[in-house]
Design a protein around this ligand. Structure first.
Ligand code: IPM
Ligand code: MN
Length: 352
C-alpha cells in the first residue's frame, strides 16, 4: 500500500525525535512492502518565524492531503514569559486540532516490566497498569469564549460543551472500551460544574447501549488521587479537554518516563500522531532526548490511520526490545550507558 505521511517536526526536540520515528516507519514499510511518501510542513515557533502564523495555510493543506500526520512538538521559551505575545507557538497546535477536527485524543499508559522501578510511585502499584485516557480535544475552556473586562483586570474562559461533542467522544471511548477490558470511567466535576452535569447526563443515556461495558463516574479530584494511589483501577478513562490535559501529565508518571508516552488525535479529517512530552527546549539539538514516545506514536499511526495492526506491533516489539536490552537515552539509563537519540532510533529501526 502507498502511504502519504506529513511530517510536522515543529520546535525544540521535535525534529530529532520525529527523525527517529521516520526511521521506524521506513523499516516497517520495507518489511511489509509498503511505499511511503513524505511531505514536510512547519508548525509552532518555527512556523511563526517563517510566516508569522503558528499554523500556516500551507501546513493545513499538507495535513489535509496526507493520510496521517507525524507531529513532534511546539513551544519556545521566548514566548513562555510574555503573556502579551499576540502569536504563540501553542496556537499552532490548537489551530491544527480545531481545523482538522481532532476531537479525540487517545493517550495510552502502559508499564514496561524493566522500567517499573523508574516510576515515582511504588512498584507494586504501577506494575501491570494498562489504561487509555480519552481526552476531548476541541471543546471546553480551550476553545470557549475568553477575554478580559474591566480594563483588563478581570479575565474569563468559558467551559462550553455541546451535546454532539460529548456524544461523539463518549462513543469513541465506549468503542475503545469494547476492545479492551470493558470498563469505562467517566471523569467530571458534576458536583459543581454545569458542563460536567451535561457530560454525566449524556453518559447515563448512552451507558445502556453498551451493556457489556461497566461504566462508572468519578469526580476529577478523586480521579487525580486514584491515578496515583491505584492506577490499575483504570481501563478507559474519558474526560473533557482541560481535565484531560492535567490528568494525562499525571498519568504519564505511572509508566516511569514521559518520554515513553505516545498519543493519537483523531476525528473528522487526517489523524495526528505525537509524543505527549512537548518541545523540551533544554535538550534541543543535543541528541539526548528519548525518541521512544514518538516511535510509539508511529505505531499508533499505523494502527489508527491505516488499521495496520501487525505493522504497529512490529514497532512495539522493537521498542520493548530496546528497553530490555538497555538501549535507552539518559532519562531511562539508570546509571548504565546512555545512548543518544539517533542511536536508539537506529537500534529500533534495525530490530523491526
Ligand atoms: C498537550 C499540551 C498542549 C495542551 C499545549 C502545548 C497547548 O500540553 O498536548 O497536552 O494543553 O493541550
Ligand atoms: Mn498537556
Amino acid at each position: 500500500m502507498k502511504l502519504k505521511i506529513a511530517q510536522l517536526p515543529g520546535d525544540g526536540i521535535g525534529p530529532e525525535v520525529v527523525a527517529q520515528a521516520v526511521k521506524a516507519i521506513d523499516a516497517v514499510c520495507a518489511k511489509f512492502g509498503h511505499e511511503v511518501e513524505y511531505t514536510f510542513a512547519y508548525v509552532g515557533a518555527c512556523a511563526i518565524d517563517r510566516t508569522g502564523s503558528a499554523f500556516p495555510e500551507e501546513t493545513f493543506k499538507a495535513c489535509l492531503e496526507a493520510d496521517a500526520v507525524l507531529f513532534g512538538a511546539v513551544g519556545d521559551p521566548k514566548y513562555d514569559n510574555d503573556p502579551t505575545a499576540k502569536v504563540r507557538p501553542e496556537q499552532g497546535l490548537l489551530a491544527m486540532r480545531k481545523q482538522l477536527g481532532l476531537y479525540a485524543n487517545l493517550r495510552p499508559v502502559e508499564t514496561f516490566k524493566s522500567l517499573v522501578h523508574k516510576s515515582p510511585l511504588k512498584e507494586e502499584l504501577v506494575d501491570g497498569a494498562d489504561f487509555v485516557c480519552v481526552r476531548e480535544l476541541t471543546g471546553g475552556m480551550y476553545f470557549g469564549e475568553k477575554g478580559r473586562r474591566d480594563g483588563g483586570d478581570t479575565a474569563f474562559d468559558t467551559n462550553l460543551y455541546h451535546r454532539f461533542e460529548v456524544e461523539r467522544i463518549l462513543k469513541q471511548a465506549y468503542e475503545i472500551a469494547m476492545l479492551r477490558r470493558k470498563h469505562l470511567t467517566v471523569v467530571d466535576k458534576a458536583n459543581v460544574l454545569e458542563s460536567s452535569r451535561l457530560w454525566r447526563q449524556i453518559a447515563q443515556e448512552m451507558a445502556p447501549k453498551y451493556p457489556e461495558v461497566t461504566t462508572d463516574y468519578m469526580y476529577v479530584d478523586n480521579a487525580a488521587m486514584k491515578l496515583i494511589t491505584g492506577p490499575k483501577f483504570f481501563d478507559v478513562l474519558v474526560t473533557e479537554n482541560t481535565f484531560g490535559d492535567i490528568l494525562t501529565d499525571e498519568a504519564s508518571c505511572v509508566s516511569g518516563s514521559m518520554g515513553l508516552l505516545a498519543s493519537a488525535s483523531i476525528g473528522e479529517r487526517t489523524g495526528v500522531f505525537e509524543p505527549i512530552h512537548g518541545s523540551y527546549p533544554q535538550a534541543a539539538g543535543k541528541n539526548i532526548a528519548n525518541p521512544l514516545a514518538t516511535i510509539l506514536s508511529a505505531a499508533m499511526l499505523f494502527e489508527y490511520a491505516f488499521g495496520m495492526m501487525e505493522e504497529g506491533k512490529a514497532i512495539r516489539k522493537a521498542v520493548a526490545a530496546s528497553i530490555d536490552a538497555g538501549v535507552v537515552t539518559e532519562d531511562l539509563a539508570d546509571g548504565g550507558k546512555a545512548y543518544s537519540t539517533s542511536e536508539v532510533g537506529d537500534w529500533v529501526a534495525a530490530h523491526i
